[in-house]
Design a protein around this ligand. Structure first.
Ligand SMILES: Cc1cc2nc3c(=O)[nH]c(=O)nc-3n(C[C@H](O)[C@H](O)[C@H](O)COP(=O)(O)OP(=O)(O)OC[C@H]3O[C@@H](n4cnc5c(N)ncnc54)[C@H](O)[C@@H]3O)c2cc1C
Length: 306
């Protein structure tokens, strides 16, 4: 099922993101968490893609295992960095073979560990080029669904650091939608006003596809620093930082603050008719389950149902 088919039936989508574990032990822990999260009946789940090297096969393997062993629809992420056309074609063909229905098409962050890496040598310079290529693949009829893959793209409510010109940035996001993207998933953010403003700017630019809000609860004080590094440009509101500063020597309290903040963000997003909420789970299940509980949701059906 394409994500756009899910949007046709769900009033609001709730979805979860995982990354491929590197060891057997971590993989088993992840699957225990996936089993618990499956009870929440998300609209779909997604699996991130590493920048180069062996971790890339792990994305395929995790997507295949989720598809084989659960009822969940898994969406693999795919990036432009470190790829040539033939490789992407093969990856798409392998996903088509195992019945994957959607791809999240991304630029990708340049790998930190590869020396002499030249971004210009990659076949696709921007996510829009990858969206176009997936559409071309779809036209070859090599996917069991005659429409081929559904396609998602990334959006940045507070702007992407690579394009400080915010008007130009929205034009480029519009170009990705025009290339054939079905939906947008956003970078994490902590102040919903940034998301609402982004949503309005997209609407003014004529972007008509659903925008799913990316939510990541702060779980540790050190995790906050990693989030700032991963989501360059993301704003950390002073009230959130003040709350964390008050309790930073008490890990349990930091976790409670992070979950409370994310819960309030989700409540407000649902009150403002968000198209969907995508939880960056960090492969854990407790924070997401606690947010559901505080929202009064036994599972996702209460918000998914029209
Ligand atoms: C929901 C989500 C999931 C993610 N998952 C992953 C993952 O699994 N693996 C990973 O490596 N990274 C991931 N990322 C990070 C992402 O790949 C990086 O932030 C990347 O720098 C931007 O990706 P993009 O898809 O927006 O790229 P693009 O759309 O290519 O944009 C990148 C930059 O290029 C500019 N640009 C776009 N089109 C053009 C054009 N035609 N001409 C000139 N400039 C242009 C944009 O304005 C922007 O500044 C994810 C990000 C998000 C929000």
């Amino acid at each position: 099922m394409h994500i756009r088919d899910i949007f046709a039936q769900d009033r609001t989508t709730l979805s979860f993101e995982f990354f491929p574990p590197k060891s057997e032990a971590d993989s088993n822990i992840l699957f225990e968490n996936i089993t618990q999260l499956e009870e929440l009946q998300p609209s779909f789940v997604s699996v991130t893609y590493g920048a180069g090297g062996s971790t890339r096969q792990l994305t395929h393997d995790l997507v295949a295992r989720i598809n084989q062993t659960t009822q969940l629809a898994a969406v693999p992420h795919l990036t432009c960095v470190c790829h040539q056309t033939a490789e992407v074609d093969e990856i798409l063909a392998n996903y088509a073979k195992i019945g994957v229905s959607n791809i999240l098409a991304l630029g990708g962050d340049p790998p930190r560990n590869l020396t002499n890496y030249q971004r210009e040598d990659d076949s696709f310079q921007h996510a829009g080029d990858l969206v176009r290529f997936i559409r071309q693949f779809n036209a070859t009829g090599r996917h069991p669904d005659p429409r081929g893959f559904g396609i998602g793209v990334a959006g940045f409510p507070e702007g992407h650091p690579g394009t400080p010109n915010r008007l130009l940035e929205i034009d480029r996001l519009k170009a990705k939608a025009d290339e054939g993207a079905d939906y947008i998933v956003t970078q994490l953010f902590f102040d919903n006003r940034d998301f609402y403003d982004f949503r309005e700017r997209c609407e003014l630019a004529g972007i008509r596809i659903p925008i799913i809000a990316g939510i990541m609860p702060v779980s540790t004080a050190s995790g906050l620093k990693r989030m700032a590094e991963l989501a360059l440009g993301a704003r950390f509101p002073a009230p959130l930082l003040r709350l964390i500063q008050r309790c930073e020597t008490d890990p349990e309290a930091v976790k409670r603050v992070g979950i409370h903040w994310a819960t309030e963000q989700c409540r407000d997003l649902l009150d403002h008719d968000v198209a969907g909420i995508h939880f960056y789970t960090l492969n854990k299940s407790d924070a997401t389950r606690q947010i559901y509980q505080s929202l009064g949701l036994r599972d996702s059906l209460a918000v998914r149902r029209r």
